[in-house]
Design a protein around this ligand. Sequence first.
Ligand code: NI
Length: 176
Amino acid sequence: MAIRPLVLYPDPVLLRPTSAVEVVDDSIRDLVRDMTETMYAAPGVGLAANQVGESLRVCVVDITAGEEPGNLRVFINPKVLESSGSQVGEEGCLSFPEITLMVERPYAVKVETLDLQGNKVVVEADDFLARAMMHEFEHLDGYVFLRNVSSLKREILKRKIKKMIKTGDWVALDAT
Ligand code: NI
């Protein structure tokens, strides 16, 4: 297992869609282990593969950030089958250190995914878990949570980030 360096916005790997996993093999299982370790070290409640530089349709979510066992969810080639309702809440992102945004998401989702053995499973989730999942799936589609705020707010944030990059303040929150 290894903690992998986090990729920060606006790295292009975050801004293009990831590729579907063809075979769930040991290399995918290793990637998932590394991503889980990286997410817990940050700590964060979700991480997409492109956030560690792997453009693959894989993400992990644990809304307890590893504090309570049994909450790790792994998604490989996830596909949203149904979504309903809406919720607005605050989100952070490991690719956007120290930035939080109020984002609207569906309240409940039904998702088809592969598990670590390559079997198709259907997962239903609501509330904060659904929010965390939808945030990660957005990453897998090559978008970041900035797309969910107004264009004015987005431009202000982009300018702020550009400034932070210039001054060397745009650095990953890294526990290592
Ligand atoms: Ni994120």
